[in-house]
Ligand binder design. Structure first.
Ligand SMILES: Cc1cc2nc3c(=O)[nH]c(=O)nc-3n(C[C@H](O)[C@H](O)[C@H](O)COP(=O)(O)OP(=O)(O)OC[C@H]3O[C@@H](n4cnc5c(N)ncnc54)[C@H](O)[C@@H]3O)c2cc1C
Length: 262
């Protein structure tokens, strides 16, 4: 029976050290972080961790302590800049995060110059959404910030699943080698010189799909694009809210964007 289950996790602050980096594409840089991740839990492919960055020129982010209402910082210290990222892979001693090198911002700037020995703060995930493997189809779509969650989901899906994947990138050089046992229908949309978040490529590609049966739609993109796609999938396609998760992962012209909770 297709289902979505929510799981809560205890929040804890960790300091993690960069062990290695890798250029996956010209726009995507992988950072392998190491530390004590023995009690790290992430049950959903689209979970997110909070990453806390050192102040410019600093080496360590200000450490937090865990509390019943989440992480708490010393009152006399400025809170470090924090952004949300997908736990792409993890085990008890390491966490892999794939960063889009989009331009300026505490996260993208840190990731561009990250090197072995650098230290970063990490908290969460505070919860996971576990989507069952028996939907008729999975629509996984978004821009380059969605690639880590889509790649993780594709690696988790069984051979019996059908995945329709649509990703907007700047150029063919940014195509990423997804791996999956599922039946994969993959479309790359290339925006060429148009700025990220400014096109309707995702809208047009999703509007042209024929989607029959009980499916699960997951989209992550620029916030205005996500708002339009949410409305299309829910109103025009009639997908129930529980089986369609559409999130603005960033917003054109706004730093540290958070989509309002649904
Ligand atoms: C649940 C969740 C999971 C996410 N997972 C990932 C992930 O695994 N990998 C990843 O790279 N991102 C991911 N993101 C997106 C990431 O958190 C944002 O892109 C974030 O704004 C980056 O922070 P920053 O400090 O670099 O830029 P900010 O300081 O937040 O923004 C600075 C400027 O850059 C612009 N900007 C921000 N992001 C982008 C972008 N992608 N393209 C173009 N312009 C941009 C803003 O509009 C702003 O003008 C995720 C977001 C969410 C909510």
């Amino acid at each position: 029976m297709p289902s979505v289950e929510r799981v809560r996790h205890e929040s804890r602050f960790r300091l993690l050290t960069v062990a290695a980096t890798e250029e996956l594409t010209p726009a995507l840089r992988r950072v392998l972080l190491e530390g004590d991740l023995e009690d790290f839990r992430s049950a959903g492919a689209d979970d997110h961790v909070k990453l806390f960055f050192p102040a410019r020129g600093g080496r360590l982010p200000v450490p937090a302590s865990g509390g019943p209402s989440g992480l708490q910082w010393p009152e006399d210290e400025p809170r470090p800049a924090a952004r949300d990222y997908t736990p792409r892979r993890f085990d008890s001693a390491s966490l892999v995060v794939d960063f889009v090198l989009h331009g300026d911002g505490p996260a993208a700037s840190w990731a561009r110059s990250a090197e072995a020995g650098d230290v970063i703060g990490q908290g969460g995930p505070r919860g996971s959404r576990v989507v069952s493997d028996d939907f008729d189809w999975y629509l996984l779509a978004g821009d380059e910030t969605a690639i880590p969650a889509i790649a993780r989901r594709l690696e988790e899906l069984p051979a019996s699943a059908t995945a329709i994947v649509i990703v907007e990138i700047a150029s063919p050089r940014e195509r990423f080698g997804f791996e999956t046992d599922a039946e994969l229908d993959l479309t790359w949309l290339e925006r060429a010189d148009a700025p990220a978040g400014s096109t309707r490529l995702l809208d047009d590609a999703i509007a042209s799909l024929s989607l029959d049966g009980d499916g699960y739609a997951w989209v992550a993109a620029e916030a205005d694009t996500a708002r339009r796609l949410r409305s299309h999938l829910r109103t025009e396609r009639g997908l129930p809210q529980e089986f369609s998760r559409v999130t603005g992962y960033w917003k054109l012209g706004a730093a540290d964007w958070h989509d309002p909770p649904e």
